[in-house]
Design a protein around this ligand. Sequence first.
Ligand code: GLP
Length: 233
Amino acid sequence: MKMITVTSKEEAGKIALELLEEKLASGAKTLGLATGSTPLPFYQAIKDSSMDFSQITSINLDEYVGLSADDPQSYAYFMQKELFAAKPFKASFLPNGLAADLTAECHRYNDLLQRYPIDFQILGIGRNGHIGFNEPGTSFDSQTHLVDLAPSTIEANSRFFEEVSQVPKQALSMGIASIMAAKRIVLMAFGQDKADALAAMVKGPITEDLPASILQKHEDLIIIADQAAASKL
Ligand code: GLP
């Protein structure tokens, strides 16, 4: 595990981009992407660069159940707005939160992950230590699955909605084993709100009670944190 402390989100975005460039130079073909506010400086750095992604595939971590790709609160919409409109990829995949058969949709996604192994995964961390939408208690062996969101996650994510009742209660998420299979993982964390989760992830026991703690075992994990997020390390 490598830790990089930064003084601004912009700096973090640029460093994450350099770490990606390194992998692309050695033949990376598939990026694992994330939503939330954390990856935005990384997406900005990508958009500010002259890099071409037309031969690269992207696979997102998760999607809310019940929202269509043209719903402004969906992660598909978020990705289109924040990245894909400016930087089109060869192909971009997200779970389909509107699938009639959610179990079949999880299988489809697992097959995609087999076909496109992730070379570089960008990650944020939830305040309760979740990664993707893998809430505390999720098995470390999990593949893509249907998740009942924790009340604290619904509350935290309600800032993107008009009111908390509009936040979907379920999501489809890549599992923890799927995330761990990524060859390089870059986890970014900003702000005091993330300090407890980051400290527990780095220094605490490896436990399913704190999903991100499994990342201690990853062979190529780089954490990029600002001083506030790193303050309890
Ligand atoms: C959501 C996403 C996670 C993300 C987390 C933190 O729950 N599913 O992938 O890491 O929020 O969000 P933020 O980056 O906005 O703090």
